[in-house]
Design a binder for this molecule. Structure first.
Ligand code: SF4
Length: 254
């Protein structure tokens, strides 16, 4: 219970601060952060990139794509596949999915044009339900449930989008989140349903509040090897089951 309470407390602090995905900012680059704040389409592209590369790099990708292409025009992103691929693949590459990512970008642009009148804000209109927005985001190529859940939390926490149904939000089944839930004893198994149930039990009014808190702890102190328990936000209350880790990363797996 103490672990859950401390995680909720941290999550609420981050919520009150309107924290971005990596804490105080997305990228540490003002131009890139500004683009995410002012262009819903750029934010959506950023969500596509948040996979398999450091978060700061992923969120900076729409800004770098804009610089390389000279535009983020949806019609052109959807139709000029060679140019998009070249921009993504130009050294330093914007993403290691050098062929998949350009396809996802083009597909997202096409979906925005066809289904949302070219306005990504229509994917998450004010008053929409968390589950509805999660479902819409998940329908984009390259955005599965994990990214969609994370994006919904950023939209509400950082951008203040008034979505209904925060009690239906969730933590992303992300490797950092999973490690923290396991090691802190919030769950016994590296299992999505178990982690989501734990989050809903700990913070029933808005389980997603725990998402960034757990993710930041996982990244900053609860590292796969040599966790920094003495510096950890959960250090005093955590049982420190450091022999455990998320499957596929593990120090030792269940
Ligand atoms: S770093 Fe240590 S104290 Fe913090 S969550 Fe991980 S195991 Fe627990």
């Amino acid at each position: 219970m103490a672990v859950g309470a401390e995680l909720v407390s941290y999550g609420r602090e981050l919520q009150a601060a309107g924290a971005a995905q990596t804490g105080s900012s997305f990228t540490g680059v003002s131009g890139a952060d500004e683009l995410l704040a002012t262009s819903p389409e750029a934010f959506l592209l950023g969500v596509l990139f948040t996979q398999g590369i450091p978060a700061e790099r992923a969120w900076a990708a729409p800004w770098l794509l804009l610089q390389r292409l000279g535009h983020l025009d949806l019609e052109r992103l959807a139709s000029e596949s060679d140019a998009v691929a070249k921009a993504v693949q130009q050294p330093p590459m914007l993403h290691r999915f050098k062929n998949t990512m350009p396809r996802w970008v083009a597909s997202a642009a096409r979906r925005l044009l066809d289904d949302y009148e070219g306005d990504a804000r229509r994917v998450w209109p004010d008053g929409a339900h968390v589950l509805e927005v999660t479902e819409r985001l998940s329908a984009f190529d390259g955005i599965g449930r994990k990214k969609a859940v994370m994006a919904v939390e950023i939209l509400t926490r950082h951008f203040g989008v008034p979505l209904k149904g925060r009690e239906c939000g969730q933590v992303a089944f992300d490797v950092q989140v999973r490690r923290v839930f396991l090691r802190s004893g919030l769950v016994a198994h590296d299992d999505r349903a178990e982690i989501e149930a734990a989050a809903a039990r700990i913070c029933p009014e808005a389980p997603g509040t725990l998402d960034l808190a757990a993710w930041l702890i996982g990244r900053e102190t609860c590292r796969p090897r040599s966790p920094l328990c003495e510096r950890c936000r959960l250090g005093v209350v955590c049982p420190r089951r450091i022999d455990l880790d998320a499957a596929g990363v593990g120090v030792r797996r269940r």
